[in-house]
Design a protein around this ligand. Structure first.
Ligand code: TRP
Length: 327
């Protein structure tokens, strides 16, 4: 069976853009492939974090993933730092990738320009991501388009390691599978929906209460004119609503546009569709929050299962690169 691996950072809160863009696809994928989903807390450390907050968010993201429908009987859900092989493998990756390759990463350039403290980990981030992927003999990596360069460097690292030290890693596919909708900010529909700290009115959280969701859609920025049609270029606001309505109801944006002559009803129907989509998710989320033992048990067995595979791939990599096995 095809092996799938993907990761989500426990920074910021999970929003509608994450859900409709990628996470819904994870839920479908778990039935098609042997899927591993990882809350990548080590990656969060590349920028300074408040310890209590990081711990809380790591658990919270795991709960949300369960609440949206990841089934621990079907897929493997775990926290990256619980499988220490990730950190160890990352070192082997760092020593296989070149300084020049890391320096060319556009995400590093963007992030390092906009922050005052640039950690070494931010620079070597792609090596840790390569470790995540290669530890599980991954065939396919469903990620957003912004991760394309990281996926390519992972392939380069795997091929270089294999050619230097003999066949060790499965080289993952380059293709980024087509995932869900591209959800934009409700206030700035030309920007992707992002963390709520950056745009509180434009971002809808998966855990947000229905009244607040309704308000945000009511105040969503639309476009001049009155016609409802899917045209992201000329009507970014309306098109975003149609993309959300479509994704929330299992239709294309064009299909979702049918029958609307005005913005008002489109807004209220989109709000309602989102509220309905999130209702069962929020119920499950609350149940999980009330019973911490349940999520803990999932993460424990997820880490055990992940570690079995990770340990054997790491052992192979250690052997092939020439590390002496412990007597
Ligand atoms: N870098 C990814 C992101 O920011 C998260 C991530 C870390 C990841 N390790 C991964 C995604 C491995 C896919 C596979 O979205």
């Amino acid at each position: 069976m095809t092996r799938v691996f993907s990761g989500i950072k426990p920074t910021g809160e999970v929003h509608l853009g994450n859900l409709l863009g990628a996470l819904q696809y994870w839920v479908e994928d778990q039935h098609r492939a042997d899927s591993f989903y990882c809350v990548v807390d080590l990656h969060a450390l590349t920028t300074p974090q408040n310890p209590e907050e990081l711990r809380a968010k790591t658990l919270d993201v795991a709960r949300i993933l369960l609440a949206i429908g990841l089934d621990p009987e079907v897929c493997t859900l775990f926290v990256q730092s619980h499988v220490h092989e990730h950190a160890e493998m990352a070192w082997l990756m760092e020593c296989t990738v070149s300084y020049g390759e890391l320096r060319r990463m556009t995400q590093f350039k963007d992030k390092s320009e906009s922050s005052e403290f640039v950690s070494g980990g931010l620079f070597t981030y792609p090596a840790l991501m390569a470790a995540d992927i290669l530890l599980y003999e991954t065939d396919r990596v469903p990620v957003g388009d912004d991760q394309r360069q990281h996926l390519e460097i992972t392939r380069d690292i795997a091929m270089r390691f294999n050619s230097r030290y003999g066949d060790t890693f499965v080289v993952p596919a380059a293709a980024i599978p087509r995932t869900g909708a591209r959800v934009m900010d409700l206030q700035q529909p030309t920007d992707k929906m992002s963390k709520s700290d950056d745009s509180p009115q434009g971002t809808v959280l998966v855990t947000e209460d229905p009244r607040s969701i309704e308000k945000k859609f009511k105040r969503a920025v639309t476009d001049s004119g009155t016609e409802v049609r899917y045209d992201p270029e000329n009507k970014p606001g309306v098109s975003n609503l149609l993309a959300i309505l479509g994704a929330a109801t299992g239709r294309t944006p064009e299909e979702a546009a049918k029958g609307y002559g005005q913005y008002g009803p489109l807004k209220s129907d989109t709000a309602e569709a989102v509220i309905e989509l999130l209702r069962p998710v929020q119920e499950r989320y609350q149940m999980l929050a009330d019973d911490p033992g349940q999520t803990a048990a999932v993460l424990r067995s997820g880490a055990d299962k992940a570690q079995q595979i990770a340990a054997s791939v790491l052992a192979r990599a250690r052997r092939n690169i020439g590390l002496l096995s412990r007597p």
